[in-house]
Write a protein that binds this ligand. Structure first.
Ligand SMILES: [Zn+2]
Length: 250
């Protein structure tokens, strides 16, 4: 049996660590401030939903976007509010606080840098990277992501043409419009792809419709709004849905 001196010693060590070095305190502080994987996905979804649609974001919309039950979304929303990542009013919806927005933009930054890294350095195709980046975006090492950013030469956009927030969380504003908004005879440059699902990206691959390419609208059908266009001197046909998902700058 261990003598009582041992317990006294143990008590002293714990006391010493806690009050003089503050180690357990630091540890718990770190744990408290760092959002979990699920929390990060919620923050990202709230950010994306508030860009595309209504502000504040409704809990039901959030549940749909994350393919979860409304009750689970409500629980998580309460948790995020208690951590001051969002403000939440019952029946009204949620909004990111400055702290929550910074956190969401950091996850988006990591996601887009990883996608760029996978395409540029590991020869992944642009339709393969989203799923992998969904996992990699949750690595917390700030040093790692800063190294990757500098290794890639501080890219401004990811392989889908989406802008990458900088290390301070600033997102460059890119004014784009859907290809379906262009008039007949109008020329524009492809900037990004709205939907980065692999089926759309594979289709765009076949046409050679990548960010940076010039596109000129030849004609549009009244019946179904499908478009005939010129891409690199080659005639292509775009359904209304595909045209909506190709974002261009004039
Ligand atoms: Zn992605």
């Amino acid at each position: 049996m261990l003598g009582s001196n041992f317990y006294k010693f143990l008590f002293f060590i714990t006391y010493f660590l806690k009050y003089f070095l503050g180690l357990p305190k630091l540890y718990s502080l770190k744990e408290k401030n760092m959002p979990s994987l699920t929390e990060e996905n919620y923050l990202k979804a709230i950010y994306n939903l508030s860009l595309s649609g209504t502000k504040p974001v409704l809990t039901n919309e959030l549940a749909d976007a994350l393919k979860t039950k409304a009750a689970s979304a409500t629980d998580m929303v309460k948790k995020l509010a208690s951590k001051k990542f969002i403000s939440y009013k019952k029946y009204y919806g949620v909004q990111l606080t400055a702290k929550g927005q910074a956190e969401a933009l950091m996850v988006i930054r990591k996601h887009r840098l990883w996608e760029t890294f996978l395409v540029q350095k590991l020869d992944f195709t642009w339709d393969e990277v989203h799923e992998v980046a969904e996992q990699l975006e949750h690595i917390h090492s700030k040093r790692l992501i800063e190294k990757i950013d500098s290794f890639l030469g501080y890219p401004k956009t990811d392989p889908h043409g989406d802008p990458i927030p900088n290390s301070k969380g600033k997102l460059p504003i890119q004014k784009t419009l859907g290809c379906d908004q262009l008039r007949e005879g109008q020329q524009a440059t492809i900037a990004a792809v709205k939907d980065s699902s692999s089926s759309l990206l594979k289709l765009l691959d076949k046409m050679g419709a990548y960010p940076g390419k010039k596109i000129k609208i030849l004609s549009r059908e009244n019946y179904d709004h499908s478009t005939e266009a010129l891409l690199d001197g080659k005639k292509i046909f775009l359904s209304k849905e595909v045209a909506q998902n190709i974002l261009v700058t004039e």
